[in-house]
Design a protein around this ligand. Structure first.
Ligand SMILES: Cc1cc2nc3c(=O)[nH]c(=O)nc-3n(C[C@H](O)[C@H](O)[C@H](O)COP(=O)(O)O)c2cc1C
Length: 172
């Protein structure tokens, strides 16, 4: 598959629908070692004067280690045909299984970040900010109870990553 680059300012879609309903893969690493996870929380906008993308990663995610260790990450968006692949990448850890291969996804590299040949649109992001979001920072009184109090979510807080968008790649 090949991709072409488009200016972020030329994009036209509903980000709420795209991120929360279609989901995305957050991916980081090198040709030697990379990992990915499904995400449905995120944001697209402007940060430090540039087009930027935000994702939120809980402490326990293996993907967090790759995002922390590398300068870049990508957000990849897919068509309906990859729904099962995104379900797998959102339910299995790369610590336990080679989920990228199992999902039938093919890693490709753009600059400092891995993405997927099967994607329809990819945001190549340079990490600009990594901000842990501890309980003390919550203003919403219900947030802890709703999102950080039970089971695998208990005290499993998110870190917010903002990346300035270096490239937007769209499938030809
Ligand atoms: C639809 C969906 C959305 C998800 N969104 C997020 C998210 O925004 N942040 C997060 O930390 N985990 C999210 N997850 C959970 C991770 O994708 C999941 O725990 C994954 O197995 C982590 O893989 P890893 O350990 O290889 O990084 C989501 C899962 C699904 C199915």
């Amino acid at each position: 598959m090949s991709f072409h680059e488009v200016p972020a300012e030329s994009l036209s879609f509903n980000p709420f629908e795209k991120i929360s309903k279609e989901w995305m893969l957050v991916t980081a690493g090198t040709p030697a070692a990379a990992n990915t996870m499904t995400a449905s929380w995120g944001a697209l906008g402007v940060w430090w004067g540039k087009p930027a993308a935000t994702c939120y990663i809980r402490e326990t995610r293996y993907t967090k280690e790759f995002v922390d260790a590398n300068d870049c990450f990508t957000l990849s968006f897919f068509g309906d045909g990859c729904r099962d692949a995104l379900k797998l990448c959102g339910s299995v850890s790369g610590r336990d299984r080679d989920k990228i291969a199992e999902a039938g996804l093919t890693l490709a590299f753009e600059g400092c970040a891995p993405y997927f040949e099967e994607a329809q649109m990819v945001f190549v992001c340079r990490k600009a900010l990594a901000l842990p979001m501890p309980k003390e920072s919550f203003v919403d009184a219900d947030a802890y109870e709703n999102w950080y109090s039970k089971g695998a979510y208990a005290d499993n807080f998110h870190t917010m990553y903002i990346g300035t968008i270096e490239k937007v790649l769209v499938r030809d």
